[in-house]
Design a protein around this ligand. Structure first.
Ligand code: HEM
Length: 319
């Protein structure tokens, strides 16, 4: 850059500095400090919202309100919100209510992105959440346009799970006092396998739902699969998961390593979820139990992600 250009640039910067009053600078600094102070709480709240939206999305499906707003982004006929004349009646309000909840997530994600910019930390994770949320909004639209195709409904759920994994990663990075348990390579690998099998349980679970009776609308397409047999296959993978989880505990005992807290939460969550799973299966899938099972799946997945970060390979070991 030549001298003249450099000079005019510094002139411009100076004039800009002059235009910003000291009061505004102090205010901006205070706001920045306030935003960064509550960064961790904002990520925690974000986790609650993401788990919550899985549940409210399920409530839309279980009340057959999936097409309560038959259009997207409008609810109906050029109107962003429901119209009293709509034949969908109360279902339109249920679906619209779920759409409105997205606003909370947008505000929350904006907060963590701003905090990440100010702190110059966790930027990638915050932007990942923003992109994921945009994808989630678009996928919501595609779900309506495809009349609740089970593939897109499952994609919607699984994308939420990916975003939950990202939030747990951010929370883990923020926890400066956190100490992972040092374990042997085999234990470390088994921990990873347990998390991987949990992901498989979720994926197969979406196929059970996609073939089952709770489609979200009577006219919604279904997978041409036997839902009852698929549910048992889903449960068989859960049994394998339980066996592996117990093996993980035994390996921790044998190698004289402490059991991380996340492991206990994970065990509690899968046991409860398994009981709910079998109960709903044998009682003809009542909506309330299916909703609890859906919430349970998000909690199991959250616990699995915390478990993921609980172990560290012993440093004297090489792969
Ligand atoms: C760790 C334990 C379990 C997890 C994490 C889990 C997770 C899931 C997930 C993610 C779904 C799909 C939800 C959706 O797409 O809306 C699902 C559906 C289902 N699960 Fe499980 N599940 C577990 C255990 C079980 C067990 C033991 C059974 C017993 C048969 C079971 C029966 C079902 C049934 C019947 C559905 C379909 C419900 C519907 O029609 O919407 N689950 N599960």
């Amino acid at each position: 850059m030549n001298f003249k250009a450099l000079f005019s640039r510094s002139e411009r910067l100076n004039s800009l500095r002059l235009r910003i009053s000291p009061g505004a600078v102090t205010l901006a600094r205070r706001a920045a400090r306030l935003i960064t102070t509550y960064e961790r709480q904002a990520w925690r709240l974000f986790l609650v919202f993401q788990v919550g939206i899985v549940l409210t999305g399920g409530a839309v499906r279980l009340t057959k309100s999936g097409l309560g707003c038959p259009e997207w982004p409008d609810c109906v006929n050029g109107s962003l919100g429901p119209q009293p004349s709509q034949i969908e009646g109360v279902h339109s309000w249920i679906e619209f209510g779920n759409r409105l909840l997205t606003i909370l997530l947008v505000l929350n994600v904006a907060y963590v992105v701003i905090a990440a910019r100010i702190n110059k930390r966790h930027g990638k994770l915050a932007w990942f959440q923003l992109r994921g949320l945009i994808a989630q909004i678009v996928l919501g639209g595609i779900t309506v346009w495809t009349h609740l195709n089970p593939f897109t409904v499952a994609g919607h759920y699984l994308l939420s799970s990916i975003l939950i994994a990202g939030i747990v990663r951010a929370l883990h990075q923020m926890d400066e006092e956190y100490v992972a348990v040092n374990v042997k390579r085999e234990v470390f690998t088994l921990g990873r396998v347990v998390v991987g099998i949990t992901a498989l349980v979720l994926i197969v679970g979406t196929f059970v739902t996609g073939s089952g009776p709770h489609a979200g609308d009577d006219k919604a397409p279904r997978y041409p699969l036997d839902a009852a047999r698929l549910a048992l296959f889903h449960a068989d993978i859960v049994i394998a998961l339980v066996v592996l989880t117990i093996s993980l505990w035994l390996m921790l005992r044998v190698t004289k390593r402490p059991t991380p807290k996340a492991y206990l939460y994970f065990v509690g969550a899968i046991v409860l979820q398994g009981v709910i799973g079998y109960t709903q299966y044998f009682t003809g899938l009542p909506e309330v139990l299916v909703a609890i099972h859906l919430l349970g799946s998000a909690l199991v997945w959250t616990a699995a992600n915390f478990l993921y970060y609980s172990f560290e390979k012993e440093s004297n070991e090489t792969i």
